[in-house]
Design a protein around this ligand. Structure first.
Ligand SMILES: Cc1cc2nc3c(=O)[nH]c(=O)nc-3n(C[C@H](O)[C@H](O)[C@H](O)COP(=O)(O)O)c2cc1C
Length: 182
């Protein structure tokens, strides 16, 4: 084994799809890119997200307690990186990147019509925002865009490199202990 810096741990344990997080700051929509997230609970569905104070989105999520998590396909790869390299402080990212929006049902943040999936979320636990920038979100509504042709997701390996989702392995028959899960 070759030892590498433990600071690179995130590069091997950050396998979930890269996502975009939308917010609405008094009617003005914004979007950021997020790689640090994890499922925490099945029901109600809880998601842990790291959103730091270096992001304009941080203040908006603190103030509104709402956001949308959108999962882009491979066709949005460059946009995903560019969205994460500029700030809603100074840029209207929906206009700059030509991302189309749709109204959400329960939150003021918009859905991204060009994404594969959109999850309407509300903040249910802020106890770890200080010191970890960790927001616990509850997924309220889940929207799947079945019209997108490109369905491969992107998985951030650090420093702007991504693994692209490949084939599917179906081992459902062996999941005998977990039949009750939805
Ligand atoms: C691939 C990628 C992954 C990122 N992951 C996160 C993350 O998990 N948490 C975070 O706070 N910022 C993350 N960022 C940085 C934000 O997307 C970036 O700071 C963005 O400019 C914030 O936008 P805003 O200021 O409009 O909120 C990531 C950026 C990239 C390019």
């Amino acid at each position: 084994m070759k030892e590498v810096s433990a600071l690179q741990t995130y590069r091997v344990l950050e396998p979930g799809p890269i996502v975009m997080v939308t917010t609405s700051d008094r009617g003005k929509p914004n979007v950021m890119t997020m790689g640090f997230h994890m499922m925490i609970q099945h029901a109600p569905p809880l998601i842990g997200c790291i959103i730091g104070p270096w992001d304009h989105s941080f203040e908006t999520i603190l103030a509104t307690g709402e956001c949308v998590i959108a999962v882009p396909g491979l066709d949005l790869a460059e946009t995903v990186v560019d969205v994460g390299n500029c700030s809603g402080d100074s840029v209207d990212k929906f206009q700059r990147f030509g991302l189309r929006t749709e109204k959400a049902k329960e939150v003021s943040a918009p859905l991204i019509a060009d994404c594969l999936v959109n999850i309407e979320c509300v903040v249910v636990d802020r106890r770890n925002v200080e010191p970890y920038n960790l927001f616990i979100l509850e997924a309220k509504r889940l929207w799947v865009n079945e019209t997108r042709k490109e369905r491969r997701t992107l998985h951030h390996r650090g420093d702007g490199t991504f693994t692209v989702d490949g084939g599917t392995l179906d081992l459902k028959d062996r999941m005998v202990k977990w039949r009750h899960l939805p």
